[in-house]
Every structure is written in C-alpha cells, then in structure tokens.
Design a protein around this ligand. Structure first.
Ligand code: SF4
Length: 735
C-alpha cells in the first residue's frame, strides 16, 4: 500500500471577505479505525480512497481494491483533506447584522430561528411557493431525499430544483425518451476496454476524471479505436485515433451526418431495428435530410473524416457512444443526445454486451442526486411527481395526504431567475450559483434582491457571502452517507474524522428547521435511518434501492451495488435483485433483455439540426465555449482553497487560436476582454492552435472579473431545461 500523504495545510482565502473571520479549526480527530474506506468528495467517478490520520493530519491512502479507480486519484482527490481544516472553513453560523449589514457569528439556535422565521414570514405573506429551495449534485442521496421531503412536506412549496439541472439533465431526458430509463452508464466502466470503438462526445476525461482515462487506454491496447468529438484538441483528444472538431453547438448535425452515411453505406442493423426498436422510419427520414456536404458546412468537419468515423464505428463488432457536457449543455441538448442514441440504435449498438450509449455524469452525486426528489418534477426512486400512483406511494411513506404534495416547480435557471419576483426567500444547500449559473451577473443580482437568503455550506462561498444566514455544515470525510456514481453504483461514504465543533450536518439543519416549522417528526438526523426510509420510498420505482442497505454496502470491500436493486428474491441478477444466496447484487448491465419502455423497445426520436440560441454576427463574431481544468472543480468553492491546486491552476484564462490572436494583436498572457450581450470577462490570453479559429474557450471555476458565466447564455432546452452553457456569441478585445 503506497501512502499519498496530504498534510492538512491552511489555504489562502479566495473569496470576498466579511466582517466574520472564522477561526482555524483544530486538526481533525479520527473517529476510530486506523484506516477508513471512503470516496472522493468531488466528481462522479467517486474514486475509492482510504483515510488515515498521520503526524500531519488526515492522509489519503490508495485503495487499490476499489474497481473503479484501482487506487489511482487525481490531484483534486489526493489533496481533498486540505479542505477539512482550511482557514476559510466555516466553523460557526453567521447571521447578517440588522445594524451593520455584515455577517456576524451567531449561535445555532439564533441562526436556525432566523431561517425558520424568514421562511415562515414569506409563506404567511405570499404563500408557500414564494419559498424556494435549491440543492446540489454533491449532496448525498440521504440529503437530496431529505431536502425534497423538506420542501414538499415541511414548507409545502413546489419551488425546488438543484444545480444538477446544469449538469446532465439533457442526457437524462434523452435516455428517458429513448430507453424509458436514465442511468448515466447502463454498463460498468470495466466494459469500455472490451468494446471495439468508442465515440467520446464533448468530454475531456483526461482533465475532468483522469483515473477513468485508463479505460480508454486499455481499449486501444486491446485493439479498439477511440474517436473524440471536441472543438478543442484536448489532452483527451490527443489520445484519439480520430479527432473531430466541430463548431460548438453543431454536435447534433454531426451525429445526423454520421447516421446519414450509415444508411447510405448500408451499415444499419435491420434485424435489431426490427426486433428491439420503434420509430425508425421517422428518424431515418430526418437523418437523410442531412447530407454529408451539408453537415460539413454546418460543423466544419470534412466529409472524409465523417466517413472515417463511420468506418471505425461500424467496423467494430461492438461499439459505444459516450457523451458529456459538450453536447448536453445546449439549448438543443436533449435532441443532440437523442441523435447520438439514434446512431447507436440504427447500428444495433445498444442493449447488447459491450455496446451502448452512456452519459459521463459530472458531479459527485450527479446520478443519485437526480433520483431522490430534489429535482423540480420528481419524487424519490426517480418517480414522476405528476404520476398519481407515485404520489400515493411516496405520500404513504411520508405519512401525508397525496393531495397535499405540490406539483412540479420551476427548473434551476427559471427558479433563480424568479428570485425577488415570485420567489421571495431561498434556502440553498451545496451550490454556488454566483459562479456556476449561466448569466451569472443577473443571477447574482436576483439573489441580492431576495427578502431572505439562507445558505448551508462548508465554506463561505461567493453565494454564501450574499446570505442573511450562513449555516456551516459537515462535509465528505466528516459524515456517513451514500452516493451513486456515474455507473449507477451505489456507494457508502464513511465518516473518518470528527467534524470541527460548531459544525452540523445538513440532516441536522433540515431537522432543526422542520421542527421549527411544525414538523418535529419525519426528519431524522441519522443518515442510515434516512436511507432506510429512502429504500421504502424508492421501492417499485425506476431507481429502486429497496434491496440495498448500509450493511450490504459495507460488504464485498465496499464495491457497491448497481441499481435497480429491488428487495426480495424476485428477479434474476441480470434484471436486478438478488443472487441465489439472497445477497443483493443489483443490475450492473441494463437493457440486455429489453428496454425499460412499456413495450420493451427502444424508441428512435426524429431530430433535426437547429442553430444555437445565439449565433455569431458582426457585433459578436466569435463563439465562446466553457469547461473545466484539471486542478479545479466546478465553482471552485473547495478547490480554490487548496494551495497545491491553486498553484497548478491559479486563475481563469482565454484560450484562442493564433490567427485570432494575430488579428487582435494579442500575445500570450496579454489581458483580453471577452464580451457577450450579458457582460464582460477579462483574463490572460492563452494562444494555442488546439482550438478552432472561430472559437474561444474559458474555464468557469472563478468568480470576479474572469467569471466565464458572466457571459454564458441562459437559453433553455425545451425538454430538459438545460441552459446553453456551451455556446454563445462574443467579441474578444485587447485590453
Ligand atoms: S477523478 Fe474525480 S473522484 Fe477521482 S480523485 Fe479526481 S475528482 Fe476525485
């Protein structure tokens, strides 16, 4: 076992200051065992790691037995303990002084009373729907479940959604539409090296989840091929056998062009289409309207390269398409993913071993977070809020009248846009929309216009700085709870250290608030008790966790269980359920027998290309696309507080092609302004031929002058309500 010791070092504050300066907490104490197996606090890969306490505090130790990452970690996971004792870690509640207007320390009783009072006043004056709740894709399943129940039962509001809407909601919607079920990957990652060809669309795996890159490396070592679709020649694209660099916002046309060629070259799998799908004729007709030459004009990808992609994809016995935020974060994200699914279905690459479509979910609990009730239109178990049977089942578990449950609310951006309008008060957990939301300056202004804002977070994020009450909560290694990784593998994160005094868990916060709102029962603080209730609420739903328990998750070296996993002896292992011996085994591979639609057939959906919400023009002639870098994570609220990560990625930048740079008279490191119809961001230039000449790229991890989301467009996908983060029109100016 190789120790990758990470001293718990204080980090430099990177957020705006308030009058409150939380004291540095003491080094965490261990909760018992010399090594505690747990998982990384960051991305959806949920790498396994062991935590021990060494001379310098908490240390990360490789956990080679966990199959997903086999001990490998990226720098973010390796340095994660630094956030446990960061100087900017919140260790006491803060309330905004009515006298000075500044955040000042308060007791928990004062802080919770103030939150309950703020929500109660709003509800009394404007009605329950004037109270909003905003969650996060990093919350554990238990927290996401409790937050949804809190909103609908304790507050009685329909206005709840979460930042996962900004993550993979288009893929989720497309998966539901085509397969009748959304589980990011319908197969384990270990299947990737065993397929013949992977088309990776809009994912920079090498930077966002580096330990997963080994699956693509093994694929190629086994003789398989990798096609990467990305407007930038990323570190991932450099590994590819074929790199297609379409203009941002044209992935839909690209997929249609490939499907057109599949049909034209007689490469469809007619038997599969006949036996296992429906709707082919309409989808085929839509694709045939997209001639390769036409697609070349839209995407900028030459016809011979399109033919190369079809040859590689169809030449293999098995193949996969994996998408990430590139094609998904568009105002046509659902149709774009649908087009890639159509390509899989037409070639028989779905519902078969080592073939299929999958989404690489981004956030740590992006998968579980969308299953258990913090999404505007859903109840636990991935049930629909509009389904009377689902409402009756969940209401029964919650002990309330089904008719008392509110209907669906607004999606994340629509909810944020309504702040200060219909929504007067907001409770926000585990999210930092001041940095991560589209059209961020507008969202920041909406947050400032609220009558009341409460934020529960680990650190004083940019959003927490705007709050009337800030509640300091436990994180990752300080608490036990389940998460569901991008494979649909339910995992147990175990508490390894004692949280600093003055910090409480999110479940304690919800319990305390519910009690003050007159719901003393129904909001337990013990995560296992919450999970037991979640199991019952999910039973019989699409994401059925009823056969999973904490005890089961601790077995088998904590390798986890794939949902669906219904309780009881029914169901073969392949379709979910229990093995002969009675142990819950779950469902690593979906759709091998049938798809989850009513008739068991996958559905083709006819889709056509359409422009982005904002195309370049004379005033804004360049395209902006945004993304992540290796050493930072999402809004950076945690990773910007880690010295080693800050040293590796200290701030935003604008990546632009040498031709564009020459036209502007810009050289490396010169400050440049990127201006859209929504605002202006300034950052140093990074001149590289790895990006298209008509496009600039900015990472979105930073607030302030270089905030990329000041520029992004909030146009929404009509189905998933995903904003168009990945493409908008800008002009670039030398500063
Ligand atoms: S790849 Fe993701 S889960 Fe793994 S260590 Fe890095 S951030 Fe953590």
């Amino acid at each position: 076992m190789h120790s990758t010791a990470t001293p718990v070092t204080p980090a430099t504050p990177a957020t705006p200051e308030t009058s409150a300066t939380p004291a540095p907490p003491a080094a965490p104490e261990t909760s018992g065992s010399p090594a505690t197996s747990t998982h990384c606090p960051y991305c959806a890969l949920q790498c396994g790691m062991d935590l021990v306490t060494g001379p310098q505090g908490v240390e990360v130790v490789e956990r080679t037995g966990f199959p997903v990452n086999k001990g490998a970690l990226c720098g973010k996971g390796r340095t994660a303990p630094a956030v446990l004792s960061s100087r900017v870690r919140l260790t006491e509640p803060l309330v905004r002084s009515r006298a000075t207007g500044e955040l000042t320390p308060a007791t928990w009783e004062e802080a919770l009373d103030r939150v309950a009072d703020g929500l109660t006043r709003t509800r009394a004056e404007y009605g329950a729907d004037a109270c909003g709740v905003f969650g996060g894709g990093g919350l554990t399943n238990e927290k996401a479940y409790a937050l949804g129940k809190f909103a609908r039962v304790a507050l009685g509001t329909s206005q709840i959604d979460y930042n996962g809407r900004f993550c993979m909601s288009s893929a989720a919607a497309a998966g539901q539409r085509a397969f009748g079920l959304d589980r990011g990957l319908p197969f384990p990652l270990e299947d990737i090296p065993r397929t013949g060809c992977v088309i990776l669309v809009g994912s920079n795996l090498a930077e966002t989840m580096p330990p997963a890159l080994r699956y693509l490396t093994e694929l190629r070592e086994n003789g398989g091929t990798l096609i990467v679709v990305d407007p930038r020649r990323t570190r991932t694209a450099e590994q590819a056998d074929l790199h297609l660099a379409p203009r941002p916002g044209t992935d839909l046309a690209l997929a249609l062009g490939l499907l057109h060629l599949v049909v034209a070259e007689g490469r469809t799998d007619e038997a599969f289409i006949e036996e296992r799908t429906s709707g082919w004729e309409e989808a085929r007709a839509a694709a045939m309207a997209h001639w390769p030459e036409h697609v070349e004009r839209i995407t900028g990808v030459a016809v011979p390269r399109l033919r190369d992609a079809v040859r590689l994809f169809c030449g293999a016995d098995a193949a996969m398409v994996l998408t990430a935020r590139g094609p998904e974060q568009q105002s046509k994200g659902t149709d774009t993913v649908g087009a890639w699914i159509n390509l899989c279905l037409a070639t028989g690459r779905a519902g078969r071993p080592f073939s299929g479509y999958g989404c690489l979910t981004g956030q740590g609990n992006g998968q579980g977070g969308r299953e258990h009730g913090q999404k505007a239109d859903q109840l636990p178990g991935y049930r629909k809020l509009t389904d009377p049977a689902a409402r009756a089942h969940v209401a029964g578990v919650w002990g309330v009248d089904p008719d008392s449950l509110p209907g669906p609310g607004r999606s994340a951006y629509e909810l944020l846009d309504a702040l200060g309008g219909d929504i007067k008060s907001l409770l926000l957990m585990g999210s930092n929309p001041v940095v991560s939301a589209p059209r961020a300056a507008h969202v920041e202004e909406r947050l400032r216009s609220l009558d009341f804002l409460a934020v529960a977070d680990v650190v004083l994020s940019e959003t927490a700085c705007l709050a009337d009450v800030v509640l300091p909560v436990t994180q990752w290694a300080e608490e036990t709870g389940t998460v569901t990784n991008l494979e649909g593998r339910v995992l147990l994160r175990q508490r390894a250290v004692t949280a600093p005094a003055g910090v409480r868990g999110d479940l304690d916060v919800l319990h305390g608030l519910a009690e003050r709102l007159g719901h003393g029962k129904g909001f337990p603080t013990d995560p296992e008790e919450v999970f037991e209730e979640l199991r019952r609420a999910s039973a019989g739903g699409p994401a059925d966790y009823s056969g999973i328990s904490y005890e089961r998750l601790r077995e088998d070296d904590g390798k986890g269980v794939f949902w669906p996993c219904p309780e009881g002896a029914g169901g073969a292992v392949a379709e979910g359920g229990r093995a002969q011996g009675g142990r819950a085994e779950g469902t690593p591979r979906l759709f091998l027998e049938r798809f989850a639609t009513e008739d068991g057939r996958a559905r083709f959906v006819p889709v056509v290309h359409r422009d982005a919400a904002e195309e370049p023009d004379a005033e804004y002639p360049v395209l902006l696309t945004t993304g992540r870098v290796l050493a930072q994570y999402q809004s950076g609220a945690q990773t910007r507080r880690v010295d080693e990560l800050n040293a590796a990625a200290p701030g935003p930048f604008v990546e632009l092609h040498p031709r564009l740079a020459a036209r502007l008279g810009v050289e490396e490191d010169d400050p440049v302004a990127v201006v859209s119809r929504r605002g202006r961001a300034v950052a140093p230039a990074r001149v590289t031929s790895a990006i298209r000449a008509d496009t600039v790229f900015m990472p979105f991890h930073w607030p302030g002058e270089g905030r990329a989301n000041t520029l992004t467009h909030p146009a929404l996908d009509p189905v998933s309500r995903m904003p168009e983060f990945k493409v908008c029109a800008v002009r670039v100016e030398r500063v």
